[in-house]
Design a protein around this ligand. Structure first.
Ligand code: ATP
Ligand code: MG
Length: 437
């Protein structure tokens, strides 16, 4: 006897609008179930916004039954039904795969619920729920796996991952998100899939990395599996040997959250790449088709971390805060607008490595922000500009730029010299002899 097929006694229900949609379809004679992530999450006691429905009705029949629909993906059988509050619910016709090529499937309608569930990736994602009778249909033992906390492929793991290699990365993401293990055969199939992940489009791989950063509280477990399975070696070779400390730094940074917070996402990415240097990071992110803005932000952070981390970490590990001039040099090198992000990245790395006392990190953070915003660390902060130097008789040209930079270095060492009078005197001294020859 299968207790697993009853939802009785559970305290959750599908949202009212979803029940309404299911009722309309069922009353028209079409078997209809809730499927996928929402059912899984309800059983786990986690809120889920998108309740997807699966139905025996064809897309044309679905569109006839509802006043407002959106053809989300008609060829795959998906129609969006808008409810009273303009929320869209995806209603997808039961389907079976007739052909797969490692990513894309050709689907056929006229399938049964069981056939539809059989083409889903993992048992925990293949549980159907009737929102009207409050009944579960779980032919692959998804609830048992939820209770045992394992991700297991539906049916033959090797074959299912061969059908669609993206499932290898999805399995890892779901396991990390829920703190689940990966069942042995499924893990074996993931490792076997790694060499073929190169066939996934870079956009897909990027999307999996982003979803992992967004959905998973502690992404280190996911990315350690990417590494151990050989997925990084295939799709982001520069991370093939990424260390556990590096990965744990990601966990120390907050999730991007919804709606997207671009800096949070970039910080987590910077932590992931923090050991490979700015150039490699830039290349890897470009290959993965990240936006130019993300590439610039992340690779600049990684570049500054790799330049300044060795000295800074050594000083702070000895319990010492760098002196004011050193901090100004650091703030100038990192860039005023990047200081806060840099310190957050550094703090994540240090806390992952247990290298620096949290109190010292907080003091560093405060001091660097003060330096960055109150003291002269950029050319624009100098008490003189190019025009002033020209009026003082210094010829326009590359030498003038060099003089301005030299002045900035002096001012960073000692902000007291940042007066017009002092700087012009120094500039004349630096500039006139060679310019007047
Ligand atoms: P999330 O909370 O991340 O959205 P989800 O389970 O809803 O989790 P989706 O990617 O939205 O995941 O997919 C919805 C459902 O469609 C899954 O639960 C699964 O049943 C099925 N599915 C999605 N992608 C695949 C795939 N590549 N192979 C097989 N089934 C899949
Ligand atoms: Mg979903």
């Amino acid at each position: 006897m299968r207790l697993a097929n009853s939802a009785a006694g559970r305290h959750w229900r599908a949202p009212g609008q979803v029940i309404e949609i299911a009722r309309t379809l069922q009353q028209a004679g079409f078997e209809t179930w809730c499927v996928g992530g929402a059912v899984r999450d309800a059983l786990l006691g986690v809120a889920h916004l998108d309740w997807d429905l699966a139905t025996a009705a064809t897309p044309t029949q679905v569109r006839k039954l509802f006043r407002r629909t959106i053809p989300v993906g008609i060829e795959f059988g998906t129609v969006g039904v808008l409810d009273r509050d303009n929320l869209m619910h995806e209603v997808t016709t039961f389907r079976r795969d007739v052909k797969t090529d490692g990513r894309h499937a050709v689907v056929e309608f006229g399938a049964s619920l069981d056939e539809d569930l059989a083409r889903r990736d993992f048992t925990i994602n293949a549980i159907a729920y009737d929102p009207i009778d409050h009944r579960l249909h779980d032919p692959f033992g998804g609830q048992i796996d939820l209770n045992r906390r394992v991700v297991r492929a539906v049916g033959d793991a090797e074959a299912r991952l061969r059908e669609d290699r993206l499932r290898a990365l999805r399995a890892i993401r779901f396991a990390a998100r829920f703190g689940f293990d990966i069942e042995h055969e499924t893990w074996h199939a993931i490792v076997g899939s790694a060499p073929f992940l190169t066939r996934l489009s870079p956009e897909r791989v990027k999307q999996e990395i982003e979803k992992t950063m967004e959905q998973v509280l502690a992404p280190s477990t996911a990315f350690a599996r990417w590494r151990d399975a050989g997925a990084f070696a295939s799709v982001v070779p520069t991370l093939a040997q990424v260390s556990d400390v590096t990965l744990r730094a990601i966990d120390a940074l907050p999730r991007p959250g919804l709606p997207g917070r671009p800096l949070r996402k970039c910080l987590r990415l910077a932590a992931l790449f923090s050991d490979v240097g700015g150039k490699q990071t830039e290349r890897a992110l470009r290959d993965l088709r990240f936006s130019n803005q993300d590439i610039a932000t992340v690779s600049a952070l990684v570049d500054r971390w790799s330049r300044y981390a060795p000295n800074l970490t050594a000083t702070l590990s000895a319990g010492i805060l760098p002196d004011a001039a050193e901090l100004r040099r650091l703030a100038a090198g990192v860039g005023r607008l990047r200081v806060a992000a840099f310190v957050r990245l550094a703090a994540a790395r240090w806390s992952a490595a247990g290298a620096v006392q949290p109190l010292l990190i907080r003091r560093l953070h405060r001091r660097m922000l003060t330096m960055a915003f109150r003291e002269p660390i950029e050319l624009a902060d100098l008490a003189v500009d190019g025009d002033d130097l020209r009026s003082a008789g210094i010829a326009t040209g590359p030498a003038l730029g060099r003089i301005l930079h030299a002045l900035l270095q002096l001012v960073i060492e000692d902000p007291a010299v940042n007066t017009r009078q002092a700087l012009l005197a120094i500039a004349r001294h630096l500039g006139l002899p060679s310019e007047t020859v």
